[in-house]
Design a protein around this ligand. Structure first.
Ligand code: HAM
Length: 434
């Protein structure tokens, strides 16, 4: 075979180094780990606990949970059948978390469940900046209460993450979708409104008009956006209970100092929502402007097989979009911690000695490496530079005889001799305690 096999379009590798040939994904694994650790710490500050669910789920869970008519289910699922079982690569994590909650009777633990997750999701979308076929989400699900304080808790937690990264130009959009009777009423109102302008609609919107008129609200076509200005607004079609909760939500957000913008056309692309819906958007992201989004989904449990509704609310965010926004904002990510020591061994005996010394240092929690290839001094020093090693320990035949190594501080250039017996101790104070 003459050509190297490449990754699938819309997916990408996350590498320990930045390779310029793949400029779209220039963030190294170090950046990912740094971001993930910071997010994890913030989510745990609010008492959320991690849950990990499989990447493979039964197709029925996703189709019923998210809704047959959504783009995700009707067009974007990576689904396949094997020996009579239908599988899907999860396109999101809320339905899987609800499945796990019901399957393992987490309600019996008492109280509410506050769960968070990180991990890949899969959607067969047309790839572009900020939109991939395998992307990574983090998110929170708060299950077991219909209190509006839970909505605020979830929104505040999401905002805490982004404010910790100091991102500018963000906007929190909120809306209420009402109860399960509200949306059908609203769909009818939209259908009759847009029917009057059918000849002005694009072919896509004409199809949506019939199948799911809510999707017309996402239009980017200028002519249709003008029509939206006088279109019916969801808030006028929702039940009074949802309306009261929405007013309460806005009041509490204000008390928390969380700024929001009401978006009467925010309906979200998943069918499981009732009442609160929200999205965090950024002007710095281009067409794929949503950093994250979520809402309340009190009836999803019923689609997953529960006999009674389990009230719940949550959000999920794309890590790639957060990384793009951080880059746009010019945010500095601290660099990967360098190597503490690189052991340069000259000759076969010294190489063996280096192997054993590196081992001793690692046992003492000193980050150490040595030359595996038996290269020259010059090449080994180059390797030490590449690893940004703070010190090198140089040992050749003479040093093996005198049992004293040359220790070079790579930053200052200072050199000194250190007896083999004192070497590990020499480096331990400079290393942080575990
Ligand atoms: P979603 O709006 O479909 O909601 O996705 C959440 C976030 O995932 C988006 O705001 C975006 O940042 C990211 N995202 C989605 N699709 C892609 C893609 N193709 N490429 C890159 N990033 C993407 C949900 O998934 C719900 N489960 C949120 C939720 C949690 N609702 C309640 N709890």
């Amino acid at each position: 075979m003459s050509k190297v096999i490449r990754n699938i379009k819309g997916t990408f590798d996350i590498l320990p180094v930045n390779v310029s040939s793949d400029a779209a994904h220039e963030d190294t694994i170090w950046t990912w780990q740094y971001i993930e650790k910071n997010i994890r710490d913030i989510l745990e500050l609010s008492g959320f606990k991690e849950i990990r669910t499989p990447l493979l789920e039964p197709t029925e869970l996703i189709a019923r949970g998210i809704g047959q008519l959504t783009d995700i289910v009707s067009k974007e699922m990576y689904a396949f059948e094997r020996e009579g079982t239908h599988y899907v690569l999860r396109p999101e994590v809320t339905a899987p978390v609800m499945r796990a909650y019901l399957q393992h009777h987490l309600a019996q633990q008492g109280g509410i469940q506050k769960l968070y997750y990180f991990g890949p999701c899969f959607r067969a979308e047309r790839p572009q900046k900020g939109r991939y076929r395998q992307f990574h989400q983090f998110g929170c699900e708060l299950i077991g209460t219909d209190s509006v304080y839970a909505d605020v808790e979830v929104i505040a937690t999401m905002m805490h993450v982004y404010s910790a990264f100091n991102l500018p130009n963000m906007k929190l959009l909120i809306n209420s979708l009402g109860d399960e009777t509200s949306r059908p009423r609203y769909k009818e109102a939209l259908r009759s409104y847009f029917s009057k302008y059918e000849s002005d609609l694009t072919e896509t919107s004409k199809t949506r008009l019939e199948k799911n008129p809510l999707r017309i609200l996402d239009t980017k076509v200028e002519k249709e956006r003008v029509l939206l200005e006088s279109a019916p607004k969801l808030i006028d079609y929702i039940d009074s209970d949802s309306k009261d909760q929405y007013v309460q939500l806005k009041g509490l957000l204000t008390e928390m100092g969380i700024e929001y913008v009401e978006d009467p056309f925010l309906v979200r692309g998943l069918d499981y929502y009732t009442k609160t819906a929200f999205e965090l958007v950024s002007d710095d992201l281009g067409a794929q402007s949503a950093l994250g989004g979520g809402g309340r989904y009190d009836l999803l449990s019923m689609e997953v097989g529960s006999k009674s509704p389990v009230p719940a609310v949550g959000f999920a965010s794309g890590i790639e979009r957060l990384l793009i926004a951080l880059r746009e904002a010019g945010t500095e990510i601290p660099e990967e911690s360098p190597m503490d020591v690189f052991v340069v061994g000259l000759g076969e005996e010294a190489q063996k000695w280096s192997m054993l010394m590196a081992q001793k240092m690692r046992e003492a929690k000193v980050k150490a490496s040595y030359d595996l290839r038996g290269k020259s001094m010059k090449v080994q020093m180059k390797e030490a530079h590449r690893l940004r090693s703070q010190f090198v320990v140089i040992v050749g035949e003479d040093e093996l005889t005198s049992k004293k190594a040359i220790v070079k501080n790579m930053e200052t250039g200072d050199q000194q001799e250190v007896h083999f017996n004192d070497l590990v101790d020499y480096f331990t104070p400079s290393v942080a305690a575990p």
